[in-house]
Design a protein around this ligand. Structure first.
Ligand SMILES: Nc1ncnc2c1ncn2[C@@H]1O[C@H](COP(=O)(O)OP(=O)(O)OP(=O)(O)O)[C@@H](O)[C@H]1O
Length: 236
């Protein structure tokens, strides 16, 4: 039972100028997939294709019937004039969440992420890490089937990183599937079930670390070694 299947023949920003080609993978319930690749490889373009934001795309993106998703962008985006609680109320209204349930859930998340005392302030007054956590809370209260998370680790202190990993672990146990793009390879190696490695707009390797190692012919390599092999076309 797949939550999401991508079969992107090509996608780009201008007609007949594909930025990515042949990106085919799927996400199962409870899986955490790492989308890995050097700068400019096509990770964001892959995410934009899944979100239906590319002007030019051939192929298909198939969500399991009834699936919902939350997208967590790398750089948080907020409404200038709404406090965090007002953002939470807004998301709850749009998603039709049960009032009492979401308020309890949001209160608990604000407590965990140490944002309770800031919840009635504008997120624009928060630090970068606080903004990132606020954005995450807004996605968590929806309890979607799928999370699409762009570079979650940048700007998080070690404690916030631990909290983030605990939150996504809980969501996986609930059966959510997660696609996460990141450059933080040592953490990705520890937490992801499978990887999709893109390079120069194409899928260079995919699978478990074991499968990626085989595809890169680096039987004992780390994810970083495999990344380096693919990005530079070099050995370890
Ligand atoms: N808005 C845009 N208009 C035109 N070309 C773009 C645009 N955004 C990205 N590209 C091109 O698409 C290709 C893939 O870029 P993409 O942003 O998907 O890479 P990425 O893997 O997310 O990189 P990074 O790790 O640096 O964020 C690059 O050649 C880039 O120049």
């Amino acid at each position: 039972m797949k939550l999401l299947t991508t079969a992107i023949s090509n996608a780009g920003y201008e007609e007949n100028k594909p930025a990515i080609r042949n990106i085919d993978f799927s996400i199962q319930p409870g899986e955490l997939i790492g989308l890995i690749g050097p700068n400019g490889a096509g990770k964001s373009t892959t995410i934009k294709s899944i979100l239906g934001l590319m002007s030019f795309m051939e192929g298909s993106i198939t969500f399991k019937k009834g699936s919902t998703y939350s997208y967590v962008p790398e750089r948080p985006i907020f409404y200038d004039e709404l406090t965090l609680w007002e953002h939470l109320d807004f998301v709850a209204a749009v998603e039709g969440l049960n009032d009492k349930e979401y308020k309890n859930h949001a209160g608990m998340l604000l407590e965990v992420y140490k944002l309770s005392e800031y919840a009635h302030q504008l997120p624009s007054t928060y630090s970068k890490g606080m903004q990132k956590n606020a954005m995450l809370i807004l996605s968590l209260i929806v309890k979607p089937s799928i999370y699409i998370i762009d570079e979650p680790f940048i700007g998080l202190d070690p404690n916030a990183m631990k909290l983030f990993l605990a939150s996504i672990e809980k969501e996986r146990e609930r059966g959510a599937g997660i696609l996460m793009s990141t450059h933080v390879l040592d953490t990705a190696q520890k937490v992801c079930d499978r990887f999709v490695m893109v390079n120069k707009g194409e899928m260079a390797a995919q699978g478990t670390l074991e499968e990626i190692r085989e595809q890169c012919k680096l039987p004992n390599g780390s994810l970083y070694d495999c990344f380096h092999m693919i990005a530079e076309g070099a050995g370890t």
